[in-house]
Design a protein around this ligand. Structure first.
Ligand code: SF4
Length: 222
């Protein structure tokens, strides 16, 4: 076994020892290791799949089904938020050409985590968290700031800004993804990230990701 695999993994517990948690999930690869750590800690997690940003709908369905299958396998409740992308497109209007980690991503995080906070408050979850920050492609501070801002509107629930990468979390994410054979997502999720990833791949001489780039009858290819 490699030294990395021997690294001690600490299992997280929400603040105050509260064992009931609403966990916003962006996808199965990010959620897998986190969920297993939480289950080992005795945390009663409910997965909240709130990702109306994912484009196109076939991609959304694929990511959702993979997450639900894993949740079912582990006996974890799974809740799907409204997948209608129209409100998401409204909140990112004018931010289409922002780079990843820019203002569009702030708006995207805030929208998804506000919906999560609203659900948490309405269903008696005193704490919510998100899997978004475990990805090395994301800015953890940006994710956590959005979570805190989302929680600010709801007195009944609080955001848990845990760093899921630490304590062996990143390594565990990779191990669970490999073990489960999770689909390896080639772009973040929205149509703009698909467009920009394809531009980058073309510049490197790689093949493009074949997905539909049409939104509301408009072709977004460059
Ligand atoms: S790149 Fe990812 S985080 Fe940023 S707006 Fe698109 S889907 Fe959201």
């Amino acid at each position: 076994m490699s030294p990395k695999k021997n690294k001690k993994v600490s299992n997280p517990v929400p603040p105050g020892g509260n064992r009931r948690l609403l966990l916003h999930s962006c996808c199965a690869p990010c959620a897998g290791g986190i969920l297993e750590s939480l289950l080992e800690s005795g945390v009663e997690a409910t997965l909240f799949f709130c990702n109306p940003n994912i484009h196109p709908h076939d991609e959304y369905r694929k990511r959702k089904e993979e997450q639900k299958t894993f949740a079912d396998k582990r006996g974890v409740p799974f809740v799907e938020a409204d997948p209608d992308p129209a409100p998401w497109f409204r909140i990112v209007a004018g931010l289409e050409d922002e780079p990843e980690r820019g203002r569009r991503c702030t708006a995207c995080f805030l929208m998804r985590l506000t919906t999560t906070a609203e659900y948490a408050a309405a269903h008696g979850f005193e704490t919510f968290a998100t899997t978004l920050g475990i990805s090395r492609w994301k800015d953890l501070d940006q994710v956590n700031a959005a979570g805190q801002a989302a929680a600010g509107a709801y007195a009944e629930t609080a955001f848990w800004p845990f760093n899921w990468r630490k304590g062996g979390g990143s390594q565990r994410m990779i191990e669970v993804s490999k073990r489960e054979g999770f689909y390896h997502q080639p772009y973040c999720g929205c149509v703009f990230s698909l467009r920009d990833t394809n531009c980058w791949r073309l510049q490197k001489g790689d093949s493009i990701i074949e997905r539909d780039l049409t939104i509301y009858g408009r072709w977004l290819g460059k």
